[in-house]
Design a protein around this ligand. Structure first.
Ligand code: MTE
Ligand code: MO
Length: 430
């Protein structure tokens, strides 16, 4: 696995444009040195000695430290933008609490969110609709049925670290995933109120987070989904997570949750949904971003852009959340193993586990989902026959009989949708 300690690149492309060094250089080129002083609000006497490529600490939103203060046990992948994942054993809760929810920022947390200031916030629905809408939070809360559901968000790049050869972007292992409880209104209800025209093809989502370059009005990320997906009843426009206002890191005051798809479509800091008459072409919607080759390719292949297709449904997947990998258990005694399973198509069909490196499998007990697109709890009892080293492997199966591979699935240039089986180590004591 690659060294992740200095990962600062985007989850999207080897797009140097999004690296701090590049933005700093562009910043110097386009705005001149005195702008740095203006941004810091004071003169910078040794400005000429600031090495090119180094972002001044005061501008780096290294408030990363402060921003992470309510988080517990997450692994930092980078602080500009802020990215952190959760070790599997901290994802044991049925409903992921704030402290254990991964963070994926493509840009900087907007000031409105840092200040928890929703005053005057509106959500605009425009484009291919009969009645464009501009809704306040109050409008949303009062004019549409309120719904609460547990919905998985999983980064499209979760599992990227396991691909060989490695692909660029955040080296997520297993923990860019969570299943909090969201409260809001159905996206479909709001779109119906706006009156979607027959010409509608795609949604385009916008938020007010700040581009790493600091350039105003430059979109950080603007993705969308086919209009048919948006009109399903599962997607919600949420203002609360686990019964409280959305936290700054997770989209205050409003975000989309479009379950089943990579979480990049679940726009945080949501202020506009533009209904398009063609596939949306916003930031990180085109090129290689969140796209897979249309056909299987050999690892390391360069794939022409026109052969890349948008990643939609996330594959079947599971994690083992208990015991923690490396734990000691008693040989010849029943040991509980448990975790969660989820699938971009909806419900999971089954979970199997193995303690003999995949020679034999036993079926785990799988609980029904409280609602579609929640993850599902599974449990199994294993008996390890004698003292020694074991591994527990877990594999979930989807409604079509498709399961998780024991090694990374088909390689793709940006390292998306890796649903390799999760394995933990167990030591059985006599
Ligand atoms: N406005 C905005 N929305 C965004 C992003 C972002 O950078 N800005 N990142 C997306 C990506 S790539 C992911 S994986 C999820 C992460 O959600 P979380 O940080 O709440 O866990 O938010 C999505 N929505
Ligand atoms: Mo993501």
């Amino acid at each position: 696995m690659k060294d992740t300690s200095s990962t600062q690149i985007s989850d999207d492309l080897p797009d140097t444009q999004d690296q701090p060094g590049a933005s700093r250089r562009r910043f110097l080129k386009t705005t001149g040195l005195s702008a740095l002083g203006a941004m810091l609000g004071m003169t910078v006497p040794f400005e000429r000695h600031l090495p090119s490529g180094l972002v001044p600490v005061a501008l780096a939103q290294d408030t990363g430290i402060d921003l992470m203060s309510g988080k517990d046990g997450l692994t930092m992948l980078g602080d500009r933008p802020l990215n952190a994942e959760t070790p599997p054993h901290l994802l044991d809760d049925d409903v992921t609490p704030y402290k254990h929810l991964f963070v994926r920022m493509n840009g900087l947390v907007p000031q409105t969110a840092l200040d928890a200031n929703a005053e005057g916030w509106t959500l605009t629905i425009d484009g291919e609709v009969d009645n464009p809408l501009t809704l306040t939070l109050e409008d949303l809360k009062s004019k549409f049925e309120n719904v609460t559901s547990r919905l998985v968000i999983e980064c499209g790049g979760n599992g990227r670290a396991f691909f060989q050869p490695g692909t660029s972007g955040n080296q997520w292992t297993l923990g860019a995933i969570g299943c909090p409880e969201w409260t809001g209104v159905r996206l479909a209800d709001v779109l119906k109120e706006a009156g979607v025209k027959p010409s509608a093809v795609y949604t385009g989502h916008y938020g007010n987070d700040v581009h790493l370059s600091g350039e105003e009005g430059k979109d950080v990320i603007s993705r969308g989904v086919p209009i048919e997906k948006a009109m399903e009843s599962d997607a919600i426009i949420a203002w609360a997570m686990n019964g409280e206002d959305l936290p700054a890191l997770h989209g205050f005051p409003l975000r989309l949750i479009v379950p089943g798809y990579p979480a990049s479509v679940s726009q945080k800091y949501l202020n506009r949904i533009w209904i398009r008459d063609k596939e949306h072409d916003g930031a990180k919607m085109t090129g290689d971003s969140y796209r897979l080759p249309a056909y299987p390719v050999a690892p390391g292949t360069e794939v022409p852009e026109e052969d890349m297709v948008i990643l939609t449904e996330m594959p079947i997947k599971s994690i083992i959340t208990f015991p923690q990998t490396g734990a000691s258990v008693k040989a010849e005694a029943a040991t509980e193993v448990r975790g969660h399973a989820w699938c971009g198509k909806g419900d999971v069909a089954a979970v199997h586990i193995s303690t003999d490196f995949g020679q034999t499998w036993q079926e785990a007990k799988l609980e029904p989902a409280p609602n579609r697109f929640s993850w599902q709890r599974w449990r199994a009892e294993v008996v390890l026959p004698q003292h020694g080293y074991y591994e527990v492997w877990a594999r979930a199966v989807d409604q079509d009989g498709i399961s998780q591979p024991p090694v990374s699935p088909t390689w793709n240039p940006q390292g998306y949708a890796n649903n390799i089986q999760h394995r933990i180590a167990l030591v059985a004591e006599a």
